[in-house]
Design a protein around this ligand. Sequence first.
Ligand SMILES: Nc1ncnc2c1ncn2[C@@H]1O[C@H](COP(=O)(O)OP(=O)(O)OP(=O)(O)O)[C@@H](O)[C@H]1O
Ligand SMILES: [Mg+2]
Length: 395
Amino acid sequence: MPNSDGIFEFRGVCGAILGCLCGYFSQGVRMILKDRGVFDINRIPATIPVRNNLIEEIVNKIRLSEVYRLFISGVTGNGKTSSVKRALEILGNEIIPVYINCSETNSYTSISKHILEIVRDKPFSEKGKNRDELADELKRMLLTKRTKKLVFVFDEVDKLIEKKDNHVDIFSPLLNYGKVSFILISNDPNIFGKMQGMLRSRMQLEVKMLSAYQPGDILEILKQKAEEGMIEGSYDIETLATISKFSSDIWGDIRVAIKLLEKTAVITEMLGKDKISEEIIKEAIKELQMSEIDKVFPTLPRHLRWVVVALCLESRKNNGFGVTYPNAYETYGLLAQKERFGKVGDRQYRAYLDDLEMLRLFDFQWKPAVNRRGRVRIAIPKFDFESFLVGISAE
Ligand SMILES: Nc1ncnc2c1ncn2[C@@H]1O[C@H](COP(=O)(O)OP(=O)(O)OP(=O)(O)O)[C@@H](O)[C@H]1O
Ligand SMILES: [Mg+2]
């Protein structure tokens, strides 16, 4: 449990940060990172090692086939999106590419609007148009004669297929009218089983399962990131190999490997050193392993921290959720007893709950009350509250 005066100290973390800052001030900054944008995992890199053959194959097949239909699957962070986007970039003006991220755009209307706007290259107002009218617009657009091939990419297509009616309505016209190539991407290889049967057989998709990156692949990618983003002499291949091996064993996701290299470089800079080392990698790993709650918690106002603890204690009682009122409020009241002005009123408490929802630390839902009439609002921690409580009590 937290100590009696309620002060939460994150000694280890502060120590590491202080250590870095001391190095920073005593020895000045030596620049190691020459371009931090290289480590931006949302950016499509100009060169994509390991996936060159795949990219070349996609480019050639789109160029040479009348219609090309591909489904790419494989674990998260193994270069599916980057490879396909890079292939579209290479094809450039030869085609009309329409990229749709189905986790953001997955309603019939929003997808139709997006497709119509990209292909016609002008705004399209869907206001006042019903589904049939939109379908007619799409059909007309698909039947329009054009010299450039239409290539549609449905990334994270599982989010669309799970919305059953939409996927049939979206894909049917693409199969029925004109000659449209498309690439579907998902990290769920079984998503096809959930597609409407008739549609599935008409799609005639080529299926590619991309394997996870092996340590050698990760090394190749990190080498490229280091060459583009770090100054010469600030790393050597052995150290990059250590990062690759470690990332592959523990996470297997290239995003984490890239973040680990970047963090290692940042700490090295702050320590005023001119070369990354194994010692610093260990420090960077510690920071990466800190969960979101561990990072956010120390930044919250005191009373909000007590509310988080109260909700976690209640979640422990109920196997995963806390009743926000009155149960968690009462527990918070007990925890805040020794605060100078005691607990906050329930209005402020509700405002705290809104803050926690906004910070995405908890999900809030309504549930029928047990032994009472009406419904209660419950909070479900989106983090491992058991480990969090253990961490707190160790402090
Ligand atoms: N072969 C590679 N070379 C260079 N960078 C890469 C490579 N593969 C992935 N990356 C980097 O990792 C990030 C994640 O890759 P990407 O988005 O392509 O993975 P994904 O397979 O689509 O993952 P998810 O299944 O989670 O959508 C990319 O933004 C890119 O910066
Ligand atoms: Mg992706």
